[in-house]
Design a protein around this ligand. Structure first.
Ligand code: GLU
Length: 312
C-alpha cells in the first residue's frame, strides 16, 4: 500500500466533507424499533471518526455523541472469550458465514446447536456463555475491558435499552434454550442472556469506538498504551471473521465494494478495521433492509475509496 498518498491527503477536511455530504443526502432507511428503546434516538444524527495507530484522531459531526453499540459489542466479547479459553472455543462456534439473517434460528437446529460464527446472535450468545462461565462477574469484566480500551472510565450501559432488550428478547432466548438443549450452553440461560443484553446496551461514541478497536489494526497491541490486548494470531482471526460475517447479509457486497473487516450494529454504528493503519467508526441511526446504517455505509465506502484502504 502507498502510505505517502494518505499523508499528502487532507484527511480532516475530507472527514468533515463526508459528514456534510451524508447530511445532504435524502433520508432513506429506518431506525431499528424491534427493541423499542432504540427508536428513541434522533434519526438525523451523523458521526464519523478515524483513529490511526500512530495516535491521530480525525472526526466530524456527531462523533462525540454516545449511541447504542449493539452488535459491535460482539467483537469485544469474542476477544475476551478467545483470551480466556483459547482454541477450544472453535469447537463450540464456527467461523463460516451464515447466509441467513443475524437472528435466524433455523440453521441452529440443523447444525446441532453450533452457531455458524460469533457475529450472529446465536454465536454471540454462545460467547456470552463462555464469559459467564469464566468470569465471576462477567458484566463488570466486560465494561472494565471497554473502559480500558477507550481510556475512559465514563462509559456506561443505557439502562433503558438494557431493560427494553430483556423485555423483547424472546427470539434470543429461544436460540439460547435451543443451544442449551444441544448441550452447547453451559451456564444458566437467564444469566447468559443478561450478559448478552448488557453488552449490547453499552453506549459509546464514534471517537471512543474507533480508539478502542485500534489494537485490531495493530496486530493485537493497543497503540496508545502498548498493552497487548490479544495475540497477533487472534487479531488476524477476528479480522478474518469480520471480513466474511461482520456486515450481516451484506458482508459479501461490503467486501466487494469496500474491502475492509467491519462490524455493524442495529444502533446504526459501523466500525471498519484498516490493518496497519487505523479504525473508522461511522454512525447514523437509519438502517437499510440488511440492518446496516445507510449513511454509515456511504461514508465508509467513500473514505475507503478515496484513501485506497481496501485490504484486497
Ligand atoms: N441486541 C440486538 C439483538 O440481539 C443486537 C442486534 C444487532 O445489532 O445486530 O437483536
Amino acid at each position: 500500500m502507498d502510505w505517502t498518498v494518505k499523508h499528502e491527503f487532507d484527511i480532516p477536511t475530507f472527514v468533515q466533507q463526508l459528514v456534510e455530504e451524508a447530511r445532504a443526502l435524502p433520508a432513506t432507511g429506518k431506525v431499528a424499533d424491534y427493541i423499542p428503546a432504540l427508536a428513541n434516538v434522533k434519526p438525523e444524527q451523523v458521526g464519523l471518526a478515524l483513529a490511526t495507530i500512530d495516535g491521530k484522531l480525525y472526526s466530524a459531526g456527531d462523533a462525540q455523541t454516545g449511541f447504542s453499540i449493539q452488535s459491535i459489542s460482539k467483537i469485544l466479547g469474542l476477544v475476551m472469550a478467545m483470551n480466556r479459553v483459547g482454541d477450544s472455543l472453535w469447537q463450540r462456534v464456527h467461523m463460516e458465514p451464515s447466509g441467513l439473517p443475524f437472528n435466524s434460528i433455523v440453521q441452529l437446529e440443523y447444525e446441532h446447536g453450533i452457531p455458524r460464527n460469533p457475529f450472529i446472535n446465536a454465536g454471540a450468545i454462545l460467547i456470552a456463555d463462555v464469559l459467564v462461565k469464566h468470569y465471576s462477574a462477567s458484566r463488570q469484566a466486560f465494561i472494565s475491558f471497554i473502559r480500558q480500551l477507550a481510556g475512559c472510565e465514563q462509559i456506561f450501559v443505557d439502562e433503558g435499552v438494557f431493560q427494553s432488550e430483556k423485555q423483547h428478547g424472546s427470539r434470543n432466548a429461544a436460540m439460547a434454550y435451543l443451544m442449551k438443549s444441544f448441550g452447547n450452553i453451559e451456564a444458566d440461560v437467564e444469566r447468559v442472556l443478561e450478559h448478552y443484553f448488557y453488552q449490547c446496551s453499552v453506549t459509546l461514541s464514534c471517537q471512543q469506538l474507533a480508539t478502542s478497536l485500534t489494537f485490531l489494526a495493530n496486530r493485537g497491541v493497543h497503540p496508545q498504551t502498548n498493552g497487548m490486548i490479544c495475540s497477533r494470531r487472534d487479531a488476524h482471526r477476528v479480522n478474518a471473521i469480520l471480513s466474511t460475517s461482520g456486515m450481516y447479509d451484506q458482508s459479501g457486497e461490503f467486501a466487494f465494494t469496500v474491502g475492509l473487516p467491519a462490524k455493524s450494529g442495529v444502533g446504526g454504528g459501523i466500525v471498519a478495521i484498516v490493518p496497519g493503519y487505523g479504525v473508522i467508526c461511522a454512525w447514523s441511526p437509519r438502517l437499510n433492509h440488511f440492518g446496516n446504517s445507510c449513511l454509515g455505509m456511504h461514508m465508509i465506502t467513500r473514505l475507503a475509496e478515496q484513501l485506497g484502504l481496501s485490504v484486497y
